[in-house]
Design a protein around this ligand. Sequence first.
Ligand code: SF4
Length: 265
Amino acid sequence: MTVEGMVFKIKKYALHDGPGIRTTVFFKGCPLRCWWCHNPEGQRFEPEPMALTIGGNDDAPAPEMVGRRWTVPVLAAEIEKDRLFYDESGGGVTFSGGEPLAQPEFLDALLEECRRREIHTAVDTSGYAPPEIVRSVLGKADLMLYDLKLMDDARHRQYTGVGNRQILENLEMLDGLGTKIVIRLPLVPGINDDQSQIRRMAEFVGGLENVQRIDLLPFHPVADGKYRRLKMANRMAGVKSPTRGDIEKLGASFAAAGLAVRYGG
Ligand code: SF4
């Protein structure tokens, strides 16, 4: 049986989604609803219309449909097209989203196919999935880009729609399996940028064995237009990015825990 999956974007020449020059494949569908999500078109699992302009009128062009189904061989052939760039830069493919773990068979088959083709793979995930899926699928990835958001379970639930217990347990399990991990932390003003959250996270991450680095990703108000084109509420409307000084101050807590810190992806 041919395995198929839903993808909403394929980005070529990506420089911030893992080492080297990469192709990033964005899976469509995510079980979380983070207030700061930059990719709201990746949240729903089905294709959906997205207006081409904001506040359309009768003359507005027809909306584009976001999301289409891909088979593994067709998508692998698309990824393969940029092999020269991967080979020259130490790059590869990154499966992101949305949430790639929410389409485990598709992800699994793609990881297998890329391994067969000797293409480096990274998976960018929220880690919110049953542990058996994490164990079976992610052991096949060369690198995990693991997003952490908040250490406090109640606040995690408030701002993402789900608790964080499973996410933290899965991360500990992956670490125990020896998977190479880069932690990605979106820094969102007023939500997770207070020192007590950051200190708890630094302590937790600093206790893991296989974390290579933590990337601090400042919130940017870039997605407002997309929310409007999708007719979705943007809960972060009007919130500004943290300053470089704010970010560096928070980064110091991670450096003090012995972690390599990178600002930006
Ligand atoms: S986990 Fe990522 S894709 Fe899913 S809602 Fe949160 S930010 Fe968006």
